[in-house]
Design a protein around this ligand. Sequence first.
Ligand code: DAT
Ligand code: MG
Length: 137
Amino acid sequence: MTERTLVLVKPDAVARGLTGEILARIERKGLRLVALELRHVSAEVAAEHYAEHVERPFYGSLIEFITSGPVVAAVLAGPRAVAAFRQLAGGTDPVAKAETGSIRGDFGLEVQENLVHGSDSVESAKREIDIWFPALG
Ligand code: DAT
Ligand code: MG
């Protein structure tokens, strides 16, 4: 079954010049890019995107971080695309959870500056694609 997933190359990764490396890993895995755009994230889009985390202690810092510089937003398609990109990304904490060989495991040190976002389910992907690329419907 072909799925779609929403990926963000976060401000830390864009600023460090890792966008190409991350897109190369996505393409090598066999996932197809169906949308790709550099975006300056408004506070409104950030709040919608991270709505599930509004009660968490790190929420304010998370919104500040994701709006701190441009992100590269992408929609990927492929068989099991949601899980496939989560595997490429690695666990949320780049040191304690992400394995070497994953994007976060190879390039990250901090939980917040963890380089990429990937939708966590097909339902989340639909919701997030609607936020970032409403025309894709
Ligand atoms: P993921 O991005 O792996 O889906 P998540 O949805 O639980 O992780 O959290 C969203 C983002 O919030 C995560 O990429 C980084 C940040 N975050 C999560 N837990 C955190 C924590 N304990 N301290 C600081 N930032 C955190
Ligand atoms: Mg998440």
